[in-house]
Design a protein around this ligand. Structure first.
Ligand SMILES: Nc1ncnc2c1ncn2[C@@H]1O[C@H](COP(=O)(O)OP(=O)(O)OP(=O)(O)O)[C@@H](O)[C@H]1O
Ligand SMILES: [Mg+2]
Length: 257
């Protein structure tokens, strides 16, 4: 198994964001994690990628325990987070060189990898421009390959196509399909049912921190007797709007670049 979660739980004060999640994700599959706003997807991903300590439970990722072997987990995984992790004043090459050095890469090896990744997302014509001037699609393509510098066996993508134009969406979805070749495991969160249906071998639907079902898109549709995944999703999570306002004061203004 690429990922195995055992009773994984995260509480913020007395609010439970992720509630005793047991989950097995197979090696080489694309696993779609679906859920309404605030369902706990990002919190679950943050725990599995060692960015946040669970309140209870644990998980194995790439065969390593997230609590006891976090460094090994970090070597095995790549994360494309919801927010961009790139420096706007640096160009594409400088950005990737910086992150590559954090992974202990250097010299020719790093330079070759950086060029390969920049070509993979067709940014070679723009690689010397500060990325603050890129379109959001270009930035997101670079943000995705930033997670691939160390060639991780397991890749987490948190809403990778949110706010992209149709051309960029097509490109990123095709890229995700390519990335699973060679047996890489991909865990993808998305709100776009059509995307989950197109890409996922299996999907898990999460709501109020609990996994409701895990199955193939086909399996879920036939079980519920509906023709598309959006109807499956609404059947399981309800049709109520998930409006919610929080009084948390932001530590610093976080805006997209
Ligand atoms: N650091 C935090 N402190 C307090 N509450 C938090 C914190 N992080 C997340 N939450 C709450 O936990 C719940 C789950 O949040 P999470 O970001 O995991 O949801 P999500 O499924 O990723 O939603 P979205 O689809 O909007 O990205 C939300 O109600 C959120 O407000
Ligand atoms: Mg989220």
């Amino acid at each position: 198994m690429a990922v195995e979660a055992f009773g994984l739980t995260k509480r913020f004060g007395n609010f439970t964001a992720v509630d005793h999640v047991d989950l097995s994700i197979r090696e080489g599959e694309i696993f779609g994690l679906l859920g309404p706003n605030g369902a706990g997807k990002t919190t679950l991903v943050r725990m599995l990628t060692t960015l946040m300590r669970p309140t209870e439970g644990t998980a194995k990722v790439g065969g390593y325990d997230i609590l006891r072997e976090p460094d090994e987990v970090r070597k095995a995984i790549g994360l494309v987070a919801e927010k961009l992790i790139l420096y706007p004043r640096l160009n594409a090459v400088e950005n990737l060189m910086f992150f590559g050095r954090l992974y202990g890469m250097e010299g020719e090896e790093l330079r070759r990898k950086v060029d390969e990744l920049i070509e993979m997302v067709r940014l070679e014509g723009f690689k010397d421009f500060p990325i603050g001037g890129y379109s959001s699609g270009m930035r997101q393509r670079l943000n995705i390959v930033r997670a691939l510098l160390h060639d991780p066996r397991i890749l987490f993508l948190d809403e990778p196509t949110a706010m992209l134009d149709p051309q960029s969406i097509r490109f990123v979805r095709d890229l995700i399909k390519d990335l699973r070749k060679g047996g890489r495991t991909i865990i993808l969160t998305t709100h776009i049912m059509e995307e989950a249906e197109e890409l996922s071998d299996r999907v898990g639907i999460i709501d109020h921190g609990r996994i409701l079902v895990v199955d193939t898109p086909e399996g879920l549709k036939s079980k519920l007797g509906v023709s598309n995944l959006l109807e499956v999703f609404l059947e399981l999570t309800g049709r109520d709007l998930r409006d919610r306002a929080e009084n948390r004061i932001p530590i610093r203004a976080v805006g997209r670049m």
